[in-house]
Unconditional design. Structure first.
Length: 176
């Protein structure tokens, strides 16, 4: 055979004419490369799910964001309606009720304040009168154990001062 004849390989490529050994080595390496390339495509289509997973992930995220934004819009719309209802209906009713009852409450407080003032004046007058007429011994606070008790004093306050603090009984005896 002459060198001008071309052969087609398994992959469909034509081998160049020339020596027989070169043709065999190029034909087997070229077909092996094509087989490897085809196996890579088959592998990527059958076993590599990244493109499918990425597409599904994008779809899920898109749907989630749309649903979330719709849910948030509904919540915001409900809040807006609630605020509007509160401003238009509830607050005016509360103000009206408060103003109606506030006058009554102020009148009651003023009456209670007047009653307390009268009671304090009576108590002060009673104490003044008692101090003028009372010759009994004063009550003192005594600590007994863990309790603070009120007891009738055994002596008057000046006697206690004279006894414990050495105050003179007669002011003329004070030495300057």
């Amino acid at each position: 055979m002459s060198g001008g004849v071309t052969e087609t390989s398994v992959g469909g490529e034509a081998a160049l004419g020339g020596g027989g050994k070169k043709r065999d080595s190029l034909g087997t390496s070229g077909s092996a490369q094509l087989i490897i390339k085809d196996l890579g495509e088959i592998h990527s289509r059958l076993l590599d799910h990244r493109p499918v997973i990425q597409g599904e992930t994008r779809y899920f995220v898109k749907e989630f964001e749309e649903k979330r934004s719709l849910r948030e819009l509904r919540v915001l719309e409900n809040l807006k309606n609630m605020i509007h209802e509160t401003n238009e209906h509830t607050l005016p009713k509360c103000r009206e009720t408060m103003q109606d009852n506030l006058e009554e409450v102020l009148q009651r407080l003023q009456a209670a304040n007047d009653a307390v003032c009268r009671l304090q004046q009576r108590e002060q007058e009673r104490k003044k009168e008692q101090c003028r007429t009372d010759t009994s011994l004063p009550e003192i606070m005594v600590l007994e154990g863990n309790y603070l008790l009120t007891k009738q004093a055994e002596t008057t306050v000046p006697d206690i001062l004279f006894k414990y603090f050495n105050f003179p009984r007669n002011p003329e005896k004070i030495i300057p």
